[in-house]
Design a protein around this ligand. Structure first.
Ligand code: MG
Length: 456
């Protein structure tokens, strides 16, 4: 049987519950993961989705059938479950979550013993076991056991407190609004923030797997209630989590929503002031703002392909202590080299306390860029040839082909041209100091790509 079939996407197995991801598949995925680990101790938990308990029981059946012991945690943010894998010296973990996808989706994410998602190579091994039916069933008297682990969310919150100056934060009596997306983001952070001296107002904090409050992807168009609440009650800051609370998007005291590049740059600056010459990890899709900040404060950047697993793996490989993504993922290595919404919130409050500046002021002192996006249609089978052709045209520029083609120009503008992994399109992301310039770049490279496509 073919082994080129795919089960895992960029972030675990993902699909529509009971349509693309069914309980019988989940049993088999559990069998494959259990065979991959081989009679080990594995943690298991889920986010707030309605299909979570159903899929967790199916995965448990598969895992215990291969002789793995399952330590069931129940509901928790992805970073809390990842922390528990490491903290409880598990051999690995499985998290049932579809992160930012709508309520009808779910997914299965596999975690290694250090709390970081398994590498894409390890996922390929699990896929081979799955598609080739190389399941290793345990005999009836050596089946895995189902146990329970409690208190992991409290342990995670306690660990976060050790990484920030909680007395300094407490003195400021910040008023924070937390938008938990009706998911696991409401389980820990509201309590953690109160414990470190903040006044907390929560919205969408009731756990409800139908996500009635807003879509679990923290995009500006979904965060109007958060912005309005901050202004109405005069809060200092607001944070919105995605469905599994590993990503966080912040809103300032004026109700302005700031995408992840800006908050990551604030954290990066403070990190470099305390860690001179450090190397940080970020995907090539990140704003030039990240490069400007690293240059200004003596940091080095290791660019990666787009995807949080790749960022985590690179941090592990080079022992980097900080990573970040434009979508609101910040990886703080001293805690754990994975995206972590609660940790990011604590770091940002610490910076506001240390500098005495409001979030709007911290953003305003950064270099400003305008971002414009575009896309052109391109059949999947022509994607590779098109990338080769466009690279031929621009190879003498300051260019990277780590993921798609990224060109940095001398006037601080840049463009990333990248084939979509899921649709027959090429996407263009341009940024520049002036809006017109960013628009012009999208226009110029869209027509270049269209012309080249004619020749393929
Ligand atoms: Mg997520």
């Amino acid at each position: 049987m073919s082994t080129s079939k795919k089960l895992f996407g960029t972030n675990g197995v993902r699909g529509l519950a009971n349509v693309e991801l069914t309980p019988d598949m989940a049993v088999k995925i559990g069998l494959a993961i259990g065979t991959f680990f081989g009679k080990k101790n594995l943690l298991l938990g889920y986010d707030a989705r309605t299909s979570g308990p159903m899929l967790a029981k199916a995965v448990t059946s598969g895992l215990t059938a291969t002789g793995c012991n399952v330590y069931f945690v129940g509901m928790g943010p992805t970073p809390s479950l990842q922390f528990a894998v490491k903290n409880h010296k598990m051999d690995g973990g499985i998290i049932i979550t579809a992160s930012h996808n709508p309520a009808e989706y779910n997914g299965i994410k596999v975690i290694w013993n250090d709390g970081i998602e398994t590498s894409h190579e390890q996922e390929t091994e699990i896929e081979k076991i799955y598609f080739n039916n190389k399941i290793s069933f345990a005999p009836w008297d050596k089946l895995g056991e189902l146990k329970e682990l409690s208190d992991v969310n409290d342990e995670y919150a306690s660990a976060i407190k050790t990484h920030v100056d909680i007395e300094k934060i407490a003195k400021k009596h910040f008023h924070i609004v937390i938008d938990a997306a009706n998911s696991v983001g409401g389980l820990i952070t509201p309590y953690l923030m109160r414990e470190i001296g903040c006044k907390v107002t929560s919205i969408n904090a009731n756990v409800d797997g139908t996500f009635p409050g807003r879509q679990p992807e923290p995009r500006p168009e979904s965060l109007g209630d958060l912005a309005a609440t901050i202004k109405a009650i005069g809060a200092d800051i607001g944070v919105a989590f995605d469905g599994d609370a590993d990503r966080s998007i912040f809103v300032d005291e004026n109700g302005e929503i700031h995408m992840g590049d800006k908050t990551f740059a604030i954290i990066l600056k403070q990190f470099l002031l305390k860690n001179k010459g450090a190397t940080i990890v970020t995907p090539v899709s990140s704003s030039t703002l990240i490069k400007d900040t690293a240059d200004a404060y003596g940091g080095k950047i290791e660019w990666t392909k787009v995807g949080s697993v790749t960022v985590s793996q690179k941090m592990k490989e080079i022992n980097s202590k900080l990573g970040g993504e434009e979508n609101g993922g910040v990886f703080y290595g001293p805690h754990q080299a994975v995206r972590d919404g609660a940790m990011t919130t604590a770091l940002l409050l610490e910076i506001m306390a240390e500098t005495g500046k409001k979030l709007s002021e911290l953003v305003a002192e950064q270099p400003q860029y305008f971002i414009e996006k575009g896309k052109i249609e391109c059949p999947d089978e022509k994607k590779a040839a098109l990338q080769t052709k466009i690279y031929e045209q621009v190879k003498n520029e300051n260019v990277s082909t780590i993921d798609g083609v990224k060109i940095w120009f001398n006037d601080k503008s840049a463009i990333l041209i990248r084939a979509s992994g899921t649709e027959p399109v090429y996407r263009l992301y341009a940024e520049a100091k002036k809006k017109e310039k960013a628009l012009e770049l999208v226009k110029e490279y869209s027509s270049r790509l269209k012309e080249l496509l004619q020749t393929i």
